[in-house]
Design a protein around this ligand. Structure first.
Ligand code: HOZ
Length: 429
């Protein structure tokens, strides 16, 4: 029996589903999850010692690959001075200064330990600021696992075919209005019906939890205009896209200024940090200044902040995101071209170090179109690539990630693996 199998069997007795976050269980693709014991650069090594080129990168945080020496050194230096104080530190101020400089729509920011806390808190602040209760979100967008946001959500909920979670009171879910991504008419209709009640619109400005879906031209501007007209807080959830697609996130790429932004993943460089921030007048509602309560013992943890600062400083290097975008395009367009050559309708979409691969001729614009993709072919490709030593996200509904450590060799190796994998898929068809 493989060590992965043995660890999975034992874990299932003690941990629900054997995992601490559902998508990891391989429920969407079948088979045995790989238990990793170490990572280095673009590679991860499983419990059986097998090496994989990693296109998950811890679901986004590892912008520079595994165990980058500069990030590790920053962690070591911070750790020597103490692990946690539960009191303010100069490092948190440094992080606040950097985030507000890189994302100018953020005038004030607060650090949390997870993206879920960041989005949950942003919604609470928006509700406190506006005195309204209803929020609007988009089908297939995932904003963490707080109650109000687990309605028609993406990520693991899609993978397991249950887009709205059990355990969420119907009364609370009723305050979440959901419309299709990129559906301008539906957004207008929702504002016509509920505009005066809407505290917030929350959106992944590029959606990364129903695979990877770009906003139509004008879609984000429409949200901006309607929110301004109705006094609704526009929240860009850039937990995934922040510092991944561009230094200033999607808002810099598309030139749209949200009222609030949530960040996570990259800003911790692999340790648990997230953030929410935005307009000063809105953020002033937070305790201890205002009535909206939010707190956390480990918020702004110095070791995690240090890893994040090192990660962000490395990303500030001139041309960093252009180079990352070129690598990502090379590998993803290459895989899609090999798929098409093998007779599969396929396309790839990528921005910076994030990507989507689709068994479909054209990029999907919303969740119904994502669901039209050929999931069986994805699952077979996933396993063929896994055998070949390439670790893709274990779900057809998750975005993929490339790091700066994915060099030419890793990309060529991936493409060679893809060619062999498609040959196997074709032979089995
Ligand atoms: N929420 C992540 C995918 N969008 C998965 C996190 C995990 O399983 O670690």
């Amino acid at each position: 029996m493989s060590r992965n199998q043995e660890l999975f069997d034992r874990s299932r007795h003690l941990i629900p589903g054997g995992v601490n976050s559902p998508v990891r269980a391989f429920g969407g693709v079948g088979g045995v999850p790989r238990f990793f014991q170490r990572g280095q650069g673009p590679h991860v090594y499983d419990a059986d010692g097998k090496r994989y080129i990693d296109y998950v990168c811890s679901w986004g945080p590892l912008l520079h690959g595994h165990a980058h020496p500069v990030v590790l050194e920053a962690v070591r230096a911070a750790m020597e001075k103490g692990l946690s104080f539960g009191a303010p530190t100069g490092l948190e101020l440094e992080m606040a200064e950097l985030l507000t400089e890189l994302v100018p729509s953020i005038e004030q920011v607060r650090l949390t330990s997870s993206g879920t806390e960041a989005t949950m808190s942003a919604i609470r602040v928006a509700r406190g600021f506006t005195g309204r209760s209803r929020i609007l979100k988009f089908d297939g967008c995932y904003h963490g696992h707080s109650d109000s946001l687990l309605v028609k959500a993406g990520s693991g909920l899609l993978t397991f075919g249950q887009p709205s979670s059990g355990g969420v009171p119907a009364e609370l879910a009723a305050l979440t209005t959901v419309v299709d991504y990129n559906d301008a008419a539906a957004v207008r209709a929702a504002f016509d019906q509920y505009g005066h009640e809407l505290a917030a619109v929350i959106v992944e400005p590029i959606a990364g939890n129903m695979n990877f879906v770009l906003p139509d031209p004008g879609f984000l501007q429409l949200l901006r205009d309607l929110c301004t007209q109705h006094g609704t807080v526009l929240i860009f959830d850039e937990v995934m896209t922040g510092f991944r697609v561009a230094l200033g996130g999607v808002q810099a790429l598309y030139g749209i200024t949200p009222d609030m932004t949530t960040l996570g993943k990259v800003i911790g460089g692999g340790l648990p940090i997230a953030a929410f921030g935005g307009r000063r007048d809105i953020m002033s509602c937070l305790a201890p200044l205002g009535s909206v309560y939010q707190a956390g013992t480990l918020s702004g943890n110095p070791v995690a902040v240090s890893a994040g600062l090192a990660t962000l400083h490395l990303a500030q290097e001139e041309g960093f995101h252009v180079a990352l975008g070129e690598r990502t395009r090379e590998v993803t367009e290459g895989i899609a071209a090999l798929g098409r050559a093998a007779g599969f309708p396929m396309c790839a979409v990528s921005v910076g170090g994030m990507f989507g691969l689709f068994f479909r001729a054209t990029p999907p614009r919303n969740l119904p179109e994502v669901m039209e993709c050929d999931r069986d072919s994805f699952n077979r490709l996933f396993h063929a690539m896994l055998d070949e030593g390439v670790y893709l996200a274990p779900s057809a509904y998750e975005a993929g990630f490339v790091s700066a450590a994915h060099d030419g060799d890793a990309i060529q190796e991936t493409l060679a693996a893809a060619e062999r994998s498609f040959a196997r898929l074709r032979a089995a068809a």
